[in-house]
Ligand binder design. Sequence first.
Ligand code: DAU
Length: 256
Amino acid sequence: MKGVVLAGGKGSRLYPLTRVTNKHLLPVYDRPMVFYPIQTLVDADIRDVIIVTGGQNSGDFLRLLSNGKDFNLHRIHYTYQEGEGGIADALRLAEPFVEGEKICVILGDNIIENNIIASKQAFEKQSAGAHIILKEVPDAGRFGCPEISDGRILGIEEKPKSPKSSYAVTGLYFYDATVFEKIGRTKPSSRNELEITDVNNMYLQERTLTHSILDGWWTDAGTFESLQRATNMVSETGANKIPGRGKPPQHSRNSE
Ligand code: DAU
């Protein structure tokens, strides 16, 4: 399985911090923000990774991450999103790298306490489709929010005024290669972006969308409040002090 880290966008909710740098290079406690999603992939033994970035400071990603050896990556690729056309627009740039394989996509501002190994294993058992990861939150209207009945997702709304559940769709997604054809069928939303929620709803209509609930804390870091929360959570739990943070599957340890 290959990994895609989405680190484009303007980060305008963090102006003026993001006037001179890319949001994902800002510090979260003792590391640049983008280190956390990369580590989340590595903890799940996903070591072929592409970073989708954009804006004026994209060259700094190469300087920071170089050939990925600090993370013990097999392969790190970079690509560049022109403009800020949304999460699905950024993801479609990864298509040539993916070469028909299954992928794990992580938003560059999503930070988790534990790991996504159980969700990855659940998705590996699926012959096709997608798998999303939910987390209960106090402010579901800020996110993609699912309507759930009898443990089944009925639909997902992007930033609803009246959320139909207290769950957020986190920025951690597993897709088969049909995701790119689905992105091709999306239309820009009212905020003029290609929405990943529309893609997830297409999988839902095909009845191939599964989900799991994330263990441990999760936060985005795209607003001043959430950036502060991310910094506090990382520093207070000491998660950042443990190399590798998660528990990689045994075979990856043996092969190192
Ligand atoms: O954090 C989870 C939420 O992320 C989901 O619940 C929502 O369904 C999803 O739409 C997204 O919501 P946000 O409005 O918080 O996304 P934001 O615009 O902050 O973008 C999140 C990341 O996606 C950002 O850190 C980098 C990447 N991105 C975003 C845009 C708009 C890109 O790479 N390119 C883009 O054009």
